[in-house]
Design a protein around this ligand. Structure first.
Ligand SMILES: *Cc1c(COP(=O)(O)O)cnc(C)c1O
Length: 360
């Protein structure tokens, strides 16, 4: 179930009509045991029904012109029971910013957080949840599961090219396991362009996923795990992965990540890693990161995101030349930061910043 569309029954549908309001909606379902007993075809048909919202228009500014944005958050089953969401208020704030960036009214952040927590809670009560498994501790939670929370915007009916004035915000949940799996942590650069200055690279919007998806598919076909984008103008600086932020640990111990600007997505995982690294006394720099510096000076690299967590990059191939970092295995610092972050998320390491929010 790497990234299935097994949408859980409870969804939230909110709408802006001068004010934000909405409802939790219980989509068609059977009991968890009955669904487990269905044939694959029957289950897929049921999931397809749950992925259908008759009230949402087919033709609108999102489906036609890509004027939509979304979020990705996760609810983690806790070692001592219950479900907690990692920094949901950060996702709600970014969702509002993204919507405003696309010229539409930003979602009410409180309503968005309530929708995120409320869907997970209601689905959990029905048994559509993920249970904590102590086995996950053995591989630093690399193989652990969670509930993925996906809020997204959807514009009102429209065929002319226009901005949305009365968008919907929908929140769905689906179970997820590891995003990057296996032991291939080799990445390559791509010459495709993800984001340009004065563009939408800083917005978590649908349109930004077109080129990365093409680039990543090509990279995967060539045997790599991920495609790394360089800046659009000079093609000299490392920017991001296809849907994740980039970090390099230099041989002198400095952790560097590209500085935020209009071409970098402000990742919540990125921000959290910076906090955790600084706490350990690691020198962290947010600045332009030349590819040449990564290739010559990095001893570890990794990418970060809600889906990726912290995923090591053990080599980077640029224009056919492969550079291996350190001993070619996932780096010690990367894995230790991963262990701490996942530990906080799954409730085995103290949540000293109050990042985890219970759905109860
Ligand atoms: C979502 C996303 C990230 C990661 O952000 P998180 O908040 O850490 O999940 C990084 N880059 C891009 C392009 C993204 O869309």
């Amino acid at each position: 179930m790497a990234f299935t569309l097994a949408i859980n029954p409870w969804v939230y549908v909110g709408k802006f009509d001068g004010n934000w309001s909405g409802d939790f909606i219980e989509q068609e379902h059977l009991s968890i045991e009955e669904e487990a007993a269905l044939s694959t075809e029957e289950l897929e048909a049921l999931h397809a029904k749950r992925n259908s919202f008759p009230d949402l228009p087919l033709v609108n500014y999102t489906s036609q012109y890509g004027l939509g944005c979304f979020e990705g958050a996760k609810a983690y089953p806790q070692k001592d029971g219950g479900m907690k969401v990692f920094r949901p208020e950060e996702n709600a704030a970014r969702m509002a910013k993204s919507m405003i960036g696309l010229g539409m009214p930003g979602v009410d952040e409180e309503l968005c957080v309530k929708a995120m927590l409320g869907t997970v809670k209601r689905n959990d009560d029905l048994g559509f949840t993920v249970k904590y498994d102590p086995e996950w501790e053995k591989d630093n939670f690399l193989s652990a599961s969670a509930i993925y929370i996906r809020p997204f915007s959807w514009a009102e009916p429209g065929i002319g090219v226009n901005l949305s004035k009365n968008p919907w915000v929908v929140v769905i949940n689906t179970p997820v396991s590891a995003y990057f799996s296996g032991d291939n942590f080799n990445a390559c650069t791509t010459d495709m362009v993800r984001a340009t200055p004065k563009g939408t690279g800083w917005i978590k919007c649908d349109a930004n996923y077109v080129i990365p998806t093409l680039a990543k598919t090509k990279a995967v076909q060539a045997g790599f795990m991920e495609a790394i984008f360089l800046d659009a103008i000079e093609k000299k600086y490392v920017e991001e992965g296809s849907s994740c932020n980039f970090f390099a640990l230099l041989k002198d111990g400095t952790l560097v990540t590209p500085e935020l600007g209009d071409t970098i997505l402000p990742g919540i995982t990125r921000k959290s890693i910076i906090t955790l690294a600084k706490d350990r006394g690691i020198k962290v720099e947010e600045r332009k990161l030349p590819l040449s510096e990564v290739l010559a000076e990095a001893k570890e690299c990794f990418v970060s995101g809600t889906a990726a967590g912290i995923t090591p990059i053990t080599s980077l191939t640029h224009e056919g030349d492969k550079t291996v970092f350190g001993d070619g295995k996932p780096g010690e610092t990367s894995m230790s930061l991963l262990k701490e972050l996942k530990g906080i998320q799954y409730g085995v390491v103290e949540d000293r910043y109050g990042w985890m929010v219970s759905v109860d």
